[in-house]
Write a protein of this length. Structure first.
Length: 498
RNA sequence: GGCGCCGUAGCCAAGUGGUAAGGCAGAGGUUUGCAAAACCUCCAUUCAGCGGUUCGAAUCCGCUCGGCGCCUCCA
């Protein structure tokens, strides 16, 4: 049986117990990208949030059906394409490729379905037809509009009343009411168009998600999510269309919205505000896990200020966890756990205690509206205990049974949050691969200086050794003299422009 | 004008009725040739302010101040 959990429902504005439409199954629909540009770190937050939800629920035994769409037919795509003299779908195709590259780099799991508007026209036209037949939509000059007046519950998601809404400055010809919205837009010359009972045209922004959700998940979605900025009008309109068309069951049982990434000034990051920071830009110099923990440190519903300066700190958090994982991985021994625990003292017992209760505490936090910040706190506690234990002389040779409990706990992070999925060694190498070029360094150059310093130390030429170390440190390399070897790491307090 | 969110240490942040998780930075210590990492100790009588409810509030209510989002481009 899948584990029960609670989540905040935007519809009720309360944290509710989750009950699925079908026992054991969770049908997720998250709004994906409109592909007219490269994705930025604000999009990444939404994507990591949905990824976390899908990963975690699957980890907890739910049969997860995860849908994330691509909007590849859209006004902005058409405009961009016209500006560049490119076919709209070709432009969309390029940005889908770019987006997929980013999603892979972010380590996002692949959704069950990734429908595209351009290949969902049948479902879209069918749904609009149903709305017209049921009297919820009307055709006018080749366009079809949703008649908001026929859906009394309009505004229930965003808590707004039609009367209170600001009226647009200009009336749009063909619309009965300013709040009515387009289901189908008649094609203008030169625009991409698909055939329909109302003539050539293309879908309005909102209908696509309703149609694709119906197509992939059926009339009732369990959790529908997206950024907070989609609550109105996008999701409000989806509810109106879908519930009016289906005439039964709620469109989505739960609405989940992630807080927006804001700028230091507090304003949100948005393409229209011209203050974007690209995913590619961030991942060029930092491992994906740094970005991921940057998001996961904060509850998904809170606004999150974007601060590039904080990326090294985020990387430090991941590095700290990997350090513990690495320490645990290096411990050996196959004695019975009870023996090791008894003979290696209180620090071993502490690891056993924290590691064996980890799942319970981690799950409790996650089951309460996906409290990743709290859940991660437990991981840091465990990491400290592991590191403390690893200082014991006997830990490396005999601590294995204790360490394996900790590794089992860390494995939960990998499955549920997409963190700590690689070995400690591999992570250190990844950091070097990303950070060395960002700091203008090469492995060969570093190794060369390091070798010279090792020689100087062997000859006890401390001044020369210290001078070489100072050079490395200035460049951004931290030298670590271990008892058995010399190790080095990337300093996180040195910026690339230094 | 309408709807809604937020304000916790120098910084990030969890906690939403029972007496402040976690991380960074900082101070001292163990370790080290010296460092670094790691570990240990310390670091908010207090949760924007003012009232109220309560045996008890950061947590509930009211007001004030400050910041932000949405009201048909937006993850």
């Amino acid at each position: 049986m899948p584990a029960p959990f609670r989540l905040y429902n935007t519809l009720s504005r309360e944290v509710e117990d989750f009950t699925p439409a079908e026992a054991g199954k969770v049908k997720l629909y998250f709004c994906g990208m409109t592909v007219y540009d490269h994705c930025h770190v604000g999009h990444a937050r939404a994507m990591v949030t949905s990824d976390m939800v899908a990963r975690y629920l699957a980890h907890r035994g739910w049969d997860v059906v995860f849908v994330r769409n691509y909007t590849d037919v859209d006004d902005k795509i058409i405009r961009r394409a016209a500006e560049g003299g490119e076919a709209p779908l070709a432009l969309a195709e390029r940005y889908i490729a770019s987006t997929q590259e980013d999603f892979r780099a972010l380590g996002l799991i692949t959704p069950t379905h990734e429908p595209r508007v351009s290949t969902s026209m049948g479902a879209i036209v069918q749904m609009i037809t149903a709305l017209v037949e049921r009297g919820h939509a009307y055709e006018s000059e080749g366009s079809v509009w949703f008649d908001v007046a026929t859906f009394p519950e309009y505004g229930k998601l965003s808590g707004q009343r039609v009367e209170d809404m600001r009226q647009p400055d200009e009336a749009v010809p063909g619309k009965r009411s300013p709040v009515d919205f387009a289901l189908w837009k008649a094609a203008k010359p030169g625009e991409p168009a698909w055939d329909s009972p109302w003539g050539p045209g293309r879908p309005g922004w909102h209908i696509e998600c309703s149609a694709m959700a119906l197509d992939t998940l059926g009339v009732e979605v369990d959790i529908h999510g997206g950024g907070l900025d989609l609550v109105f009008p996008h999701h409000e309109n989806e509810i109106a269309q879908s519930e009016a068309a289906h005439g039964c069951a709620p469109y989505a049982r739960y609405w989940m919205h992630n807080g927006l990434l804001t700028m230091a000034s507090g304003q949100k990051m948005g393409k229209s505000l011209g203050n974007v920071f690209g995913i590619k830009e961030a991942l060029k110099a930092f491992p994906a896990e740094a970005l991921r923990i940057y998001y996961l440190q904060v509850h998904y519903r809170s606004p999150l200020p974007w601060n590039v300066e904080a990326l090294p700190d985020a990387l430090g958090l991941v590095a700290r966890l990997y350090e513990a994982k690495d320490n645990a991985e290096q411990m050996e021994g196959d004695e019975p756990l009870a023996v090791v625990t008894r003979e290696l003292g209180a620090d071993a017992a502490r690891v056993v205690e924290l590691a064996s209760s980890f799942r319970e505490r981690f799950y409790a936090a996650m089951d309460d509206d996906f409290n990743t910040a709290k859940a991660l706190g437990f991981a840091f506690e465990l990491a400290r205990a592991v590191n403390r234990f690893s200082n014991h002389k006997k830990a490396k040779k005999r601590g294995g049974p204790v360490a394996r409990l900790a590794l089992d706990a860390f494995a939960v992070l990998a499955e549920a949050l997409g963190l700590l999925g690689q070995s400690g060694d591999a992570f250190v190498e990844e950091v070097k691969d990303k950070r060395l070029p960002a700091l203008g360094l090469t492995r060969e150059g570093v190794e060369e200086k390091l070798a010279a310093r090792v020689a100087a130390r062997a000859a006890k030429e401390w001044e020369r050794a210290d001078a070489l170390r100072a050079e490395l440190e200035e460049a951004g390399i931290q030298v670590m003299d271990r008892p058995d070897r010399v190790d080095w790491r990337i300093r996180l307090d040195v910026r690339e422009d230094a």
